[in-house]
Design a protein around this ligand. Structure first.
Ligand code: DAH
Length: 341
């Protein structure tokens, strides 16, 4: 019996000294495994004289249970301790302020485009899109610029390896697409989209930019309608009372043609760096659709007339926000983009 109480003491002391999982496993093998000290103590029962067996059996059972439950308690305690150690080591401080997720916002071009859409939609224009990869036919020929026409030099062009296929240099080829789809119905549409030019990239010109084309075709459409529409547009986009100036110009697909300036938003027309001291900022090109273009689109120019215009939304955004370099738009620098909430 003293053997048993010694064994108990020894097992308890060693168990209390165990510091980690490895030590605990060694302890378990020493005492509880099949050939361990406890099973050995149980086995000794068979070698005892009969009269001692009952008492020994009882005592060894009590010992076994006590050692087993001490072991289980130690397992749980060690597990808890290692969990607590892990938690302090990883140092999760739940009182720190959270990291605010970045919220996206609309690109300045998209914002202008949406304003433009809404203004023209209220005037009864539908929104169409053309295609970025266009035919030479739509981009030039049907717009009254046959092959070799010197006016083509106004648009430095990205050609593809497929003859007759190019990246559109303006949204005007969309005019042909819409006319082909609608002739001889009247048309009132705007056509937003990207354009591409094989140009040196500078503060004033990008290789890729947006345009919004406008086209109205019907009977009795006059230059007065064009003016009225553009004045109403500018009033809404820039605020009531802006002065517009229609300057004579030339485009092969309109006759007559004009360029439209708005009085400089920055200096109010007095003259500054942004307007190059002229007091005016150019915002679009326009004119009455050339009879050849009407015919190419499937409309009889004897009966139908129309006006068209093309504007650059980045230029408008630059005027509105006083941005002095168009390259900011597509550099994807969040420091720039974040300013337009
Ligand atoms: N397509 C011209 C350009 O890219 C702009 C333009 C001028 C469009 C006159 C028109 C227009 O529809 O009538 O420079």
């Amino acid at each position: 019996m003293t053997d048993l109480s010694q064994l108990q003491e020894q097992a308890d002391a060693e168990l209390a000294a165990v510091a980690d999982e490895a030590g605990l496993e060694a302890w378990r093998i020493k005492y509880l495994s099949r050939k361990g000290l406890l099973p050995q103590a149980v086995d000794r029962l068979g070698a005892l004289p009969r009269e001692e067996r009952a008492a020994y059996g009882k005592a060894v059972n009590v010992l076994k249970q006590s050692v087993q439950s001490a072991y289980e308690a130690r397992v749980a305690a060690l597990h808890e301790a290692s969990l607590a150690a892990e938690l302090t080591a990883e140092g999760l401080d739940v009182t720190l302020p959270g990291r605010r997720p970045q919220v996206g916002r609309l690109h300045p071009t998209s914002r202008i485009l949406r304003d433009v859409y809404s203004i023209f939609a209220h005037m009864g224009f539908q929104i169409y899109t053309g295609v970025d990869v266009e035919s030479d036919l739509n981009n030039f020929q049907l717009l009254n610029m046959p092959e070799g026409h010197p006016a083509r030099d106004m648009w430095d062009t990205f050609y593809t390896l497929t003859p007759g296929v190019l990246l559109r240099t303006h949204t005007s080829p969309g005019q042909i697409r819409v006319m082909h789809g609608h002739a001889p119905e009247p048309i009132r549409v705007i056509l937003p989209g990207k354009c591409y030019r094989y140009e040196q990239v500078t503060a004033r010109s990008e290789m890729m930019f947006y345009q919004v084309e406008g086209l109205a075709v019907g009977e009795n459409i006059t230059f007065g309608d064009l003016k009225g529409t553009l004045v109403a547009f500018a009033d809404q986009l820039f605020g009531e009372g802006r002065r517009l100036r229609f300057r004579c110009s030339h485009f092969p697909f309109t006759e007559p043609s004009a360029e439209v300036d708005v009085d400089c938003i920055i200096c109010g027309g007095k003259g500054c760096r942004v307007c190059k001291y002229t007091g005016w900022l150019e915002i679009l090109g326009c004119g009455m659709v050339h009879p050849v273009v009407l015919r190419n689109g499937g409309y009889d120019p004897e009966r139908f007339s129309g006006y068209a215009f093309g504007m650059g939304p980045e230029r408008i955004a630059m005027l509105r926000h006083g941005i002095d370099d168009i390259r900011y738009f597509y550099n994807n620098d969040v420091r720039f983009l974040e300013q337009f909430a």
